[in-house]
Design a protein around this ligand. Structure first.
Ligand code: NAP
Length: 233
């Protein structure tokens, strides 16, 4: 399969790229910029030179997304899967009185508009694929029933991403697409911190199983965990 992964240079995105490459897939590995930490993805690309293509892709900038989509279209006939993993978590400790609307803006730009722009501009290539999947990496932080007072910017972007995923799910599931918002678990990455109980590589394996359709998920469910279990909205 041809798989586009955003935020592929570290964290879950890097683990997804590693797992997908080990299983023989071809990965278009989106990285934000030349300033991003790239050592690991470059090392991986050297291990799988015919399978990993590094694509400059800042998901918060539409011109970067359109440019990346046109570059990919010149070398690939199609893609089968889009995995939106890139995200930011700003203002973790901010209480309501300190809430920064600049943080709100950049969080929505990266965590919601980013996946929307990626899906919009890569859709012409996705349409030409087979057994297509759209995976928006979300979070239980975006669930209404688990709402907590904090992480306002992050949690609200993930709620909205769940809604966007539900809209796409309704529209494209009848055409054979899989569309999911996936909670990867609380995992050890720069975002999750080293006290997190989960191993990002385990979550990555579960997500690649999902796109390989090794896990059966009920058609009316959009928000799931990395094992394919339904999550409370
Ligand atoms: N870690 C957890 O416990 C946890 C829990 C629930 C959900 N999640 C979700 O899992 C996903 C992956 O998180 P993570 O833990 O791997 O986070 P991370 O370690 O902080 O990595 C974030 C990744 O996103 C990239 N990114 C951020 N803004 C970007 C932009 N504008 N354009 C392109 N790439 C951008 C970063 O690139 P740079 O290196 O350039 O910054 C980096 O590759 C996120 O959607 C997150 O919300 C994580």
């Amino acid at each position: 399969m041809n798989i586009l992964v955003t935020g592929a240079n570290r964290g879950l995105g890097l683990e997804l790229t590693t797992e997908a490459a080990a299983r023989g897939h071809r990965i278009l590995a989106g990285i934000r910029s030349l300033e991003s930490s790239k050592e690991k993805i470059i090392e991986l690309q050297q291990r799988y030179p015919n399978q990993i293509i590094i694509v400059p892709l800042d998901t918060s900038e539409e011109h970067s997304v359109t440019y990346a989509a046109s570059e990919v279209a010149q070398r690939e006939t199609h893609i089968d899967v889009i995995i939106n993993s890139a995200a930011i978590l700003l203002g973790r400790e901010q209480k309501l009185d300190d809430l920064s609307f600049e943080d709100m803006d950049s969080s929505f730009r990266t965590n919601l508009y980013g996946p929307m722009m990626v899906i919009k501009h890569f859709f012409p290539l996705l349409k030409k694929g087979t057994k297509q999947s759209i995976i928006n990496i979300s979070s239980e932080a975006g669930s209404f029933s688990n709402a907590y007072g904090g992480d306002y910017a992050y949690a609200l972007t993930k709620s909205a991403l769940n809604m966007f995923s539900a809209q796409l799910h309704k529209q494209y599931t009848p055409q054979g697409y899989q569309v999911f918002a996936v909670h990867p678990g609380w995992i050890r990455t720069d975002m999750g911190g080293d006290k997190a109980p989960g191993d990002a590589s385990v979550s990555a394996k579960g997500i690649i199983d999902l796109i390989e359709r090794k896990v059966q998920v009920n058609d009316d469910v959009t928000f799931i965990d990395f094992r394919g279990q339904p999550m409370p909205i």
